[in-house]
Design a protein. Structure first.
Length: 476
């Protein structure tokens, strides 16, 4: 089946659009073999369509998109339209209709809202009051994360969206859900009975989810200083990983069933006591031998900012499967290196058959799912070391994605293709996003922020959250 799509990108000249969206769109159009496309960039500043085209070309070249793929993309219709007040949305709708008529497009409209949460409601209201909301084909609304800035704003934004769009037209993005290794989590759990049989409180002692970044705010202080790590990473990326690790198998593998299971997990998370959370902010330090500035000295960060760049939390899921198993979540910027890991620690054997010096309890089996980079997984198991006696050693059974996967599509590519084909599985439903905010709302106004040196792995006080073995966070 061939398809033709009108892409209307709000926030088209912003960082996300330039670095991720435009290159991924070019690749998706080639990969999905769209028969025709138009790209309409929308922003608040006046620009010409030529300026926009130049920005698109620069973005393709910076992302080193293949020449053939770029040429195919650039052969579509490109234009730019500024919006300021409600009337300008009507003008935008007429502009879109004119292009669709001129290019003989069926008016399948993908409205991509790459705008900060503060602009979301006004953008949706503008779209709702204009002819944009109803093309002759399908109309789908894609909303970037973070969706809202707290529970109340997320509920309000959902209400505003639902006044015009049905939930099956709404695609709330969390790009981690498009990563191959994150998509593999359900496959790993629900097709390997070896793991699924033991994936519960009877066999697992603790689960740790770490998303560490070595980058700082990376030129995005205007956005980040208002958001902070709880809104930027914990409420979405880490929470999505948590739900995929903890959810029950859905009755069928469709979007609605998966979303419902994820909501059930979030509803079972016990309210997080203040003491079970440590917030941090990076000071100056060094990463990979290079000195880097502290957060408060980054350009664009407000004086006396109380924005956290690190958060660690201990969470409990009060359901049949997980009661009593702590889930440790940790994410931060300017940590020693970039890595995203899930560490599942199994209980030790009940009795000690092989005596060893000092500690006879045996090791824990530890399953590490490496989400990025160096994608893969490993399981530590005990084996007898060759030779006399019964010396026990631990060895990894390891798999690297490099051995099984030639090249994985970028997360945005996967997600854009799913929007084009109308598959909501890898997106976040309205009740899911609200259930996540409910957990983290109490953390948003805290001012007890511990400083950690850039290049370390967060404030030392975060170690006290680990109440199971080995008593410290996984080394990264
Ligand atoms: C984004 C956050 O959603 O995810 C950024 O806004 C963060 O602050 C980024 O750096 C991490 O994503 P990735 O795919 O680069 O690991």
């Amino acid at each position: 089946m061939t398809k033709a799509v009108t892409f209307v990108i709000f926030g088209a000249t912003g960082h996300l659009s330039r670095t991720k969206l435009i290159p991924s769109l070019a690749k998706v159009i080639a990969r999905e073999d769209l028969s025709a496309h138009a790209v309409i960039g929308v922003g608040s500043r006046d620009r010409s369509s030529e300026d926009f085209m130049a920005l698109v070309k620069a973005s393709l070249s910076t992302a080193q998109v293949d020449t053939e793929v770029s040429e195919r993309f650039l052969s579509g219709s490109f234009s730019y339209h500024a919006v300021s007040d409600e009337r300008s949305y009507d003008d935008l709708a007429s502009h879109v209709e004119r292009i669709e008529a001129a290019e003989a497009l069926p008016a399948n409209r993908l409205l991509y809202l790459a705008v900060p949460p503060s602009k979301l409601d006004a953008t949706v209201v503008g779209i709702a009051a204009s002819g944009l909301k109803s093309g002759k084909g399908w109309t789908r609304l894609v909303v970037e994360k973070p969706f809202g800035t707290d529970l109340a704003s997320a509920v309000r934004s959902n209400d505003i969206i639902h006044a015009t769009f049905a939930e099956d037209q709404v695609y709330r993005i969390d790009h981690f859900l498009g990563k191959e290794t994150v998509r593999n989590l359900l496959v790993f759990r629900f097709t390997n009975s070896l793991f699924e049989q033991t994936w519960n409180r009877r066999h697992i002692e603790s689960v740790e989810i770490t998303v560490a970044e070595s980058l700082g705010v990376d030129g995005r202080a205007a956005y980040f200083d208002e958001s902070g790590t709880v809104r930027d990473m914990l409420q979405n990326h880490l929470t999505q990983i948590l739900t995929l690790i903890a959810m029950e198998p859905p009755a069928v593998m469709d979007a609605a069933s998966i979303h419902s299971e994820k909501v059930k997990v979030l509803s079972a998370v016990r309210p997080i006591p203040a003491d079970d959370v440590v917030l941090g902010r990076y000071g100056s330090g060094s990463i990979g031998g290079e000195s880097v500035a502290g957060y408060l000295d980054e350009p664009g960060v407000s004086d006396g900012s109380l924005t956290p760049t690190f958060v660690a939390a201990r969470m409990n899921i009060d359901n049949w499967r997980w009661h009593g198993v702590p889930f440790y979540l940790r994410t931060g910027k300017r940590m020693s290196r970039r890595t995203s890991l899930v560490t599942v620690r199994y209980l030790r054997p009940p009795i000690c058959l092989f005596h060893r010096e000092g500690d006879c309890r045996g090791h824990q089996n530890v399953l590490t799912l490496r989400l990025q980079p160096d994608e893969g997984f490993e399981l530590l198991i005990d084996v007898k070391q060759p030779g006399p006696g019964a010396m026990i050693g631990q060895i990894p059974l390891a798999v690297s994605y490099d051995d099984i996967l030639e090249s994985a599509p970028d997360a945005y590519e996967t997600l854009l293709a799913d929007v084009i084909w109308g598959d909501q599985t890898l997106f976040v439903r309205s009740d899911e996003v609200e259930a996540a905010w409910k957990l983290y709302d109490p953390l948003l106004d805290r001012s007890d922020i511990h400083t950690y040196p850039a290049g370390s792995n967060g404030p030392e006080s975060a170690d006290r959250l680990i109440v199971t073995e080995p008593g410290v966070w996984t080394a990264i």
